[in-house]
Design a protein around this ligand. Structure first.
Ligand code: SF4
Ligand code: SF4
Length: 151
């Protein structure tokens, strides 16, 4: 009868469990739920893909695509924590059960390679330099004409 006080105490206490799914616990702060990406912030560096332990992310820098297999994700949050631009986020809920397999495919704007970007800028810069010279030519024309008249 040593445990009688414990039995009585437990009978008077609230149950330690919840009637899930009717009663759902509030999510914790920094809860690691469904992964999503703000594709406008992605620079397609591939860090998330390299760090993912379940290898469920693929990044194509040339095409500007970020692809994730959500069924293989283990919600570890490593990709989110290692993203240099902080464009990966996790919701405070888990993904709902599905009857079909899906792939999360996001298309963004890949950054221009530095050499190509510089090559594209070079003609513009050359045009800007050439423009004042043309204006000088126009100014010079009447002077030449005057000289011709004088002759
Ligand atoms: S949360 Fe973890 S398992 Fe899921 S995509 Fe990110 S790194 Fe991979
Ligand atoms: S780590 Fe971030 S910026 Fe780099 S490819 Fe992944 S989502 Fe994009």
């Amino acid at each position: 009868m040593l445990f009688t006080p414990t039995v009585i105490k437990n009978l008077l206490k609230k149950p330690a469990t919840r009637l899930y799914p009717f009663t759902v616990r509030e999510p914790f702060p920094n809860y690691r739920g469904e992964l999503y990406i703000d594709i406008d912030g992605c620079i397609f560096c591939g860090t998330c893909s390299r760090k993912c332990p379940s290898q469920c992310i693929e990044v194509d820098k040339n095409e500007g695509t970020w692809t994730c297999n959500p069924h293989a994700c283990v919600y570890c949050g490593i990709c989110r924590d290692s993203c240099p631009t902080k464009c990966l986020h996790m919701k405070d809920v888990h993904r709902k059960p599905m009857t079909e397999r899906i792939m999360m495919v996001e298309k963004g704007e890949p950054p221009k390679p530095k050499k190509k970007a510089a090559a594209a800028e070079a003609p513009k810069a050359a045009d800007k330099k050439a423009e004042p010279a043309k204006a000088d030519d126009k100014k010079a024309e009447p002077a030449t004409a005057d000289k011709a008249k004088k002759k």
